[in-house]
Design a protein around this ligand. Structure first.
Ligand code: GDP
Ligand code: MG
Length: 260
């Protein structure tokens, strides 16, 4: 049976400036011919407002899609949670979504919405589809990031790959998709609320034997990043990376679909 519904979870922290244009771009694609051809018939968008102190939630309430319906659900809704970081916001959104397929994406549409079809296609025969900014020819979409972010990314990957990520080269791409069962299982086990949650989810997906597709996608750095590297964040990241294998030492289980 082809999937009937898709939920798109957008974590948002003080995104008053970028969320409106992002939602314009997203719904233009969903409602256009290309979106209708590539996506399941019912598409719902859930903005997870992570304790924003600006007008992020109001942006959602004022849109027409917030009163329209996809199947038996609003086309656009907001879930407000106390500020806990990107990982905890994504977890809340993924667990609140009961569509056949569940994707999370960045509110700034750093990955253009027309790439959603690639995740949906990959989920046709896999449980998990990981967007990757590294292309088949080896070129890297992260080249559009400022130099200091690229250097931080390299340091992060060097550290993360020692422990947990295996063959996945771009763990931090904010564009990942899951079958409903995989999403509820993996995000139900997730304990890390920081940006390290991506690594934790990949670690869990491999350990629990889900079939995983790595899907090269387009990506462009957008102005107005909410990520502010600080010494405290570096310590938090190091601690979260270290503890992943410890938290989940009892969370292995037999394979589901044949791994790919
Ligand atoms: N919930 C939550 N989301 C965040 C936080 N920081 C960033 N994000 C979201 O993560 C996504 C990517 O953020 P962005 O600032 O563009 O990161 P960058 O592209 O890596 O510089 C956006 O949807 C942000 O709203 C946070 O502290 N909490
Ligand atoms: Mg961004």
């Amino acid at each position: 049976m082809p999937p009937a519904s898709l939920a798109i979870v957008l974590p948002a922290y003080n995104e008053e400036a970028r969320l409106g244009p992002g939602l314009d771009e997203l719904f233009t694609f969903i409602d256009g011919d290309a979106g209708r051809a590539a996506l399941p018939p019912d598409v719902r968008v859930l903005v997870v407002d992570d304790g924003s102190t600006d007008g992020t939630a109001a942006i959602v309430h004022h849109r027409p899609e917030a009163v329209a319906r996809a199947g038996d659900r609003p086309r656009l809704a907001v879930l407000s949670v106390p500020h806990g970081g990107k990982g905890s916001a994504v977890r809340a959104g993924m667990l609140a979504s009961d569509a056949d397929l569940v994707v999370f994406a960045d509110a700034d549409m750093a990955t253009p919405p027309d790439e959603l079809g690639k995740l949906v296609a990959a989920l046709g025969d896999r449980d998990v589809a990981l967007g990757s900014r590294i292309q088949a020819d080896g070129s890297d979409m992260r080249a559009s990031q400022p130099l200091f972010r690229r250097l931080l990314g390299k340091a992060f990957h060097a550290f993360a790959s020692v422990w947990v990520v295996g063959p996945v080269q771009d763990t931090q791409c904010g564009f990942k998709g899951f079958s409903r069962d995989a999403a509820h299982d993996l995000f139900g086990l997730q304990r890390v609320g920081s940006i390290v949650f991506d690594v934790e989810i990949i670690y869990l997906a491999r350990r629990r034997g889900y079939s995983i597709a790595v899907v090269p996608i387009r990506w462009a750095d957008r102005r107005g990043s909410r990520m502010h590297p600080r010494p405290g964040l570096a310590l938090r990241v190091a601690w979260d990376l270290l503890r992943i294998p410890l938290i989940h030492r009892r969370d292995a289980r037999p394979r589901r679909r044949a791994a790919g």
